[in-house]
Ligand binder design. Sequence first.
Ligand SMILES: NC(=O)c1ccc[n+]([C@@H]2O[C@H](COP(=O)([O-])OP(=O)(O)OC[C@H]3O[C@@H](n4cnc5c(N)ncnc54)[C@H](OP(=O)(O)O)[C@@H]3O)[C@@H](O)[C@H]2O)c1
Length: 329
Amino acid sequence: MTDTMRALIAGRGPDWVLDRIPIPEPGSGQVLIRNRAAAVNNADLPMLAEADPTAGGHGEEFVAGFEYAGEIAGVGDEASGWRVGVPVMGSIPSSFAEYVVADHRFVMPRPASLASEIAAALPTGLLTEHGGLAVSGFAAGQSVLITGASTGIGLIGVQVAKTLGASRVIGTTRSPDKRKLLASVGVDEVIVTSEQDLSVAVLAATDGQGVDVVLDHIAGQVFAETLPATAHDGHVVNIGRLAGPASTIDIDALSYRHLNVHGVSFGFSRDWETVGIIAGLLPEMIPAVERGLIRPVIDITLPLSRPDEIVGRLRSGQAAGKVVVAIDD
Ligand SMILES: NC(=O)c1ccc[n+]([C@@H]2O[C@H](COP(=O)([O-])OP(=O)(O)OC[C@H]3O[C@@H](n4cnc5c(N)ncnc54)[C@H](OP(=O)(O)O)[C@@H]3O)[C@@H](O)[C@H]2O)c1
């Protein structure tokens, strides 16, 4: 094994730069993972822009990326639960690299039958969508509205909700041509927000009652529109803010219906919270992945050596599902 590895570095310009850097060593409680594939997330874009020194960014360099899949390559002290060679996946910073170091408690087993290039697109979606449903107290038999069901993580959220026994999943997109995609992952009722009024359409689809749980990936005024579309005592969980963080809400819609509003940002979770989120999902989600009930939708797989194409696809806004990065060319 050489001492250096290839990685995509942010903080040098508008795009990631492919470079060689030292292979990290696992410290106490950590494992070293030989990474085979990574996946791109929407949050990679603002982080890249904020670091760009040519456009007033902070210029602090870091290895980009949040999701990986590969196998254990080294085990530090106090991480003896893992063995070299075990297939794994997970969500951790600095994943656009040949090797990743992770807290052993945050690593998820990867079913051996699941190729790294598919598995890499799952961890953030599994953690976020399962975590969002858990925060809401979701129970089998309840109905779920997923705004931005066409997002990379929303497409996984639909399947997570179905696996956990959702009676009905309603999903939104702005794009009429994504109806089929949403239906293919299990959305029962697709609402196209560029053509339909979100609140009216959800109430029509639920006999005027509204849904029990909302997973909101969009925020902005879409968040406000979910409130009158939520059943009495229901839960609205904001996950993403693709339409911006500000929203003008009708507090009557919130209060008269006794709604519960939650915000989650799992990237900012404290370690003990992350441990609980992962422990909560493993028993049901990993067997469901093994049985093929949950699969990421992959838009395209591109090699690590083409950072311009990777970021270009993300910036295009045209990706249907996840952009995967194959680590080895
Ligand atoms: N809370 C957490 O812990 C957590 C974790 C991971 C991600 N997130 C957040 O979740 C969101 C989704 O992430 P992702 O990586 O899965 O996204 P993504 O795959 O990049 O989503 C892209 C899709 O979102 C829709 N979209 C984009 N801008 C929109 C807008 N202004 N209004 C409505 N729809 C819009 C478009 O679909 P259509 O054309 O079909 O409308 C687009 O194809 C992001 O905001 C991300 O930061 C949060």
